[in-house]
Design a protein around this ligand. Structure first.
Ligand SMILES: Cc1cc2nc3c(=O)[nH]c(=O)nc-3n(C[C@H](O)[C@H](O)[C@H](O)COP(=O)(O)OP(=O)(O)OC[C@H]3O[C@@H](n4cnc5c(N)ncnc54)[C@H](O)[C@@H]3O)c2cc1C
Length: 379
């Protein structure tokens, strides 16, 4: 399914000045694509306290588009567009010597009869016929090494979904932005005020920046900015914990050179297991992430995930913990994620991506570029 990136098909636009607030993947993606289109971009980010990660730095980078439960509507469209654009973005960045690791393939495991039925419907969906989905039976699942969690009834394999390395994506886009002359101003944006035909962004502790347009991509950090415009957006944090684990040395000899013959990411009852053959040690993988409403990490949620709710095979139980981390996801309350809206003439809100901000960054950036190039709506 090829999706055109509509803005790039248009002739060079009249350059605009744009302030992007927030340098997570969403803000970086918007700033980068605007810069490539010749707009004058200033990126502002408040930074995180030592030991803390923003949502994008904490993310696992799983891209799930083809197996989305709906097959039409905005959510479906944004996901398909984003997955296709990630392929193009990776190629463009690689051409500048900035490759991003991509682990192709995703296998959803059914652990209940209801999961199985859902998989059957998805695999026989006429709209997905050309999208590389296959239903795998238990015999095929049993041939996988290392063995899957106990109780796998069937699998839905998706050829095109997979995992991108979020750290490398942040790094690669940041470096290409530097090539375009876009740097990040470190500061916390506190308020927006109209200024002439554009906007003034006031920074905490003094100082300001001005531009024709402002893009709010500050994740959970924009309540104050919205309040300065007399607006609010109900959003709650949902904490996620993740682990990097390593298979124990006493395990049997690996079935393949890397020790894994999995067809990509394994998605088991909401948890992702992601082989990382590129990490030193060879047998490392990521496991995550928990869903914990609020901001406080809970040890028992991590433990439940660690043993896959009692279904973890021995090799997983014995795996050694190398690293653990956590981050917050912005979840819009009573409205679908993400929130893409022109909230005042010349102010775009690109936020509330909840569990799919990495996946949805390219479609978000495309929307931002198109909105700016289409001109302001009067308000
Ligand atoms: C553990 C975990 C696993 C995840 N796994 C996946 C996954 O597999 N696939 C996927 O697609 N998504 C995943 N996500 C979700 C994804 O990480 C988020 O949806 C995405 O990172 C949101 O990006 P963002 O740029 O909007 O926000 P963030 O990355 O949080 O960036 C917001 C930035 O705004 C800055 N900021 C905030 N307030 C201000 C201010 N007032 N002034 C200036 N700067 C400000 C912050 O410093 C921060 O850098 C995961 C999230 C977590 C926590």
């Amino acid at each position: 399914m090829a999706t055109a990136e509509p803005a790039s098909a248009h002739p060079r636009p009249q350059p605009r000045s744009v302030i992007v607030i927030g340098a997570g993947l969403v803000g970086l993606g918007c700033a980068w694509r605007l810069g490539l289109r010749g707009h004058q971009v200033q990126l502002i980010d408040a930074g995180t306290s030592p030991g803390q990660l923003n949502g994008s730095q904490a993310a696992l980078g799983v891209l799930m588009a083809r197996v989305f439960h709906r097959n039409s509507g905005r959510g479906w469209r944004l996901r398909q567009q984003s997955l296709d654009l990630w392929g193009r973005w990776r190629q463009e960045l690689a051409a500048h010597g900035l490759p991003i690791a991509w682990r192709q393939g995703l296998l959803l495991i059914a652990a209940t009869g209801a999961d199985q039925e859902r998989q059957r419907l998805l695999s026989s969906d006429p709209r997905r016929q050309s999208l590389g989905l296959e239903l795998w039976d238990p015999a095929r699942l049993e041939s996988l090494s290392p063995e899957l969690p106990r109780g796998a009834l069937s699998g839905l394999y998706s050829r095109d979904d997979g995992q991108i390395d979020p750290g490398q994506a942040l790094e690669a886009i940041g470096q290409d932005m530097a090539r375009l002359g876009i740097s990040t101003l470190h500061g916390s944006a506190a308020a927006l005020k109209p200024s002439g035909a554009g906007w003034r962004v006031l920074l905490q502790g003094g100082g300001h920046a001005e531009a024709d347009w402002v893009v709010l991509a500050a994740g959970l950090g924009q309540a104050e900015l919205l309040a300065s415009l007399g607006q609010q957006l109900a959003m709650e944090p949902v904490l996620g914990q993740a682990l990097e684990l390593e298979r124990h040395e006493a395990e049997p000899a690996p079935a393949s050179a890397s020790g894994w013959n999995w067809p990509g990411v394994i998605h088991w009852q909401g948890t992702n297991l992601i082989p990382r053959p590129d990490l030193p040690g060879g047998a490392r993988f990521w496991l995550g992430a928990t869903l914990e409403p609020g901001q406080r990490a809970d040890e028992s949620s991590l433990e439940t995930m660690r043993n896959l709710n009692g279904t973890a095979p021995a090799w997983l139980q014995q795996a050694r913990e190398r690293r653990r981390w956590q981050g917050l996801r912005p979840r819009p309350i009573a409205r679908p994620a993400p929130v893409l809206e022109e909230i005042a003439s010349g102010v775009l809100l690109a936020s509330g991506h909840y569990r799919n901000g990495v996946l949805l960054t390219p479609a978000t950036a495309t929307w931002v570029v198109e909105r700016i190039e289409a001109g302001k709506t009067d308000s």
